[in-house]
Write a protein that binds this ligand. Sequence first.
Ligand SMILES: [Cu+2]
Length: 123
Amino acid sequence: MTLKSHPVQKKLLWLISICLIVLWSGAVFAQEAKITMINVLIEGTKIWLPSAVTAKEGEKVTLKLVNKLDKPHGFFIPALDIKVVVKENETKEIVFQAPDAGSYEIKCHLHAAHLGGVLFITK
Ligand SMILES: [Cu+2]
């Protein structure tokens, strides 16, 4: 004797499966921080703005770095080993996974006078 599932049960099973896949993918893709930082000059001071950015522990972080100035500038997070140079009038994107909760210093490794910032990671 073979067990045959009713066509309605099959359809219901498919519907539940599709719902679960949609919910799962939604949960995965929702954990993403997309942040744009712009390098500008304000009364003689170079700074990445906003100078304080926040992401959640473990989420995917995409930082879009826009350098509006006429010289290359660095974007350096020493504790995370992230170090890039963004050329004049260039936009660069970096992607990384947010580390443990805490605050991480951001600076420009090319110019000591370039005002730094901070990346806050929350739980
Ligand atoms: Cu700089």
